[in-house]
Unconditional design. Sequence first.
Length: 513
Amino acid sequence: QIALDILKKGGNAIDAAIAANAALGLMEPTGNGIGGDLFAIIWDAKTQKLYGLNASGRSPKSLTLEYFKQNGYSKVPSHGPLSVSVPGCVDGWFEMHKKFGSMKMTDILKPAIDYAREGFPVSELIAYYWNSNSRFLKDFDGFKEIYMPNGNAPQKGEIFKNPYLANTLEKIAIGGRDVFYKGEIAKKIDEYMKRQGGFLSYDDLASHTSEWIEPVSTNYRGYDVWELPPNGQGIAALQILNILEQYDIASMGFGSAEYLHVLIEAKKLAFEDRAKYYADPAFANVPVEQLISKEYALKRKELINPNRAARAFTPGELEQGNTIYMTVADQYGNMVSLIQSNYRGMGSGMTPEGLGFVIQDRGEMFTLEEGHANCFASGKRPFHTIIPAFITKDGKPFMSFGVMGGAMQPQGHVQIVVNMIDFGMNLQEAGDAPRMQHLGSSEPTGEKMTDGGTLVLESGFDYEVIRELMKKGHKIAYDLGGYGGYQAILWDEKNGVYFGASESRKDGQAAGY
């Protein structure tokens, strides 16, 4: 609703996306906020071009791999001061606004500021996540004061206020991004982290920059599917699609054992490369062009046994050279695909006094394995799971979409694309259809797949199909959640209208005016 109000006032899709993101950081701190990172793909109607934004932060410059080794760490902790990296969200907003925005930032952030002061009712799903996160974050300094003001996490329907965040957003709106990265907010973060025994410093914040990058694509049956290159995992979706394109997926039928088997095996192959190669390109030569090439996919496809699930794959030999998703489109033809996250739920637990937000724990996504592309280093961006997506057809915008949810994201992107292009589903049907998720692949944090992993299925798949998959050697599990959260906008050029889609797996809706 906030995004729609911005559009009604004459703002564009970029203004609306920033306004909605600010409000979501307040209302859904269980997944995102100004202590996290941001990625976006933007279709600019004026230049008729796609732009990619990597607004992810780097590890503290004073924290070293040697520190972890000397203190007996085998992995980066999930919470606490060692898991944090520079929050990139606010800089991302201002980069987007500087390049494409039309309204004043004070007007864009005003709705979130007002809700932070006046309060809002907590939804049932967010109350559940809030309560589960609070159990293991409540003992970190500052967390209870902001997120458990009455001693407990807010319950469903309870009015929650965050006046500290209101003040922080107001300072940012008036003073710009430098207030956050070079002003009093940066100083407070620095002081807090020192008290916690952390390493994130004023200098880390002051030297932070986002990066405008070129989105990369593969053509899938006439449609160009766009993702952002590493340090994110977006190209895994492109790798999977390149393998699937070599099969007659449409004739297999949605939900068939034949289709699901090929999809799972293609995912396993792509995730082996994801585990080995995906990292900050400033520190590792990531062979993106080779990884997303059709020639490479042909070689990888030959490793798939149509009758048997693989227990392990090796990555290709190449020359090495909880989250929220939203999409907005406006009357001018601009479209924004934006994803933003703290990483693990409510982040690290590090909650600087008086600021109203928690800092992300994205540093957990590094490995401590020396020589690995994603090995921890000072001032390095960790591997990222959050990925926005976009589809063009004949050089024109077709669809802006995303599926939130960790390693589910590229798997979700692929299933949406295949549902629409191969199985002929419409925008809403593509999201409502039951999904699968394969777990247990090798990871950029060092874990290796040795047992084939586990196929987790949403309700709705035929039992005979499940039996057939088990015969092929797939381990099957069932889960009510964990299949992501899909949002999409499709541009119907013929009729000059937008179609929107959302789904019931998460709090979200498609809205227009």
